[in-house]
Design a protein around this ligand. Structure first.
Ligand SMILES: [Zn+2]
Length: 114
């Protein structure tokens, strides 16, 4: 029982799960839109995400959601490449509090686009 580490940093695996969960929430909305059409989506999220890459269904998502989905995909890729958590502009570590707020951000506060 050790509380000595204080605020423990989230592991990459936790972040990955968090990002996948966010992506799932967006895709779920997409399914709801898609449900009103005839074309069923694959059940698996991973597959669906790939199949939807060039699909016009994506256009039905709000611009904001689409941006978020792209950002999440990019963040997941950075986790795989071991670059997650570092600002893509200056390379400094992104503070944990910031990642808690926006887990998919590739920027430190200083370099975030306004
Ligand atoms: Zn930066």
């Amino acid at each position: 029982m050790s509380e000595e580490q204080g605020r423990k940093k989230k592991s990459l695996e936790e972040r990955r799960r968090q990002l996948l969960e966010m992506r799932r929430a967006i895709l779920r909305k997409l399914y709801e839109i898609e449900d009103q059409l005839d074309d069923p989506l694959p059940k698996d999220d991973e597959e669906a995400a790939i199949e939807l890459e060039d699909d016009e269904v994506l256009e039905k998502l709000g611009e904001l959601e689409l941006k978020e989905l792209r950002a999440i995909e990019a963040a997941l890729k950075r986790i795989e490449e071991g670059e997650y958590g570092y600002c893509v502009v200056c390379g400094r570590e992104i503070p944990e509090e910031r990642l808690d707020l926006i887990p998919y951000t590739p920027f430190c506060a200083e370099h975030a686009p306004k």
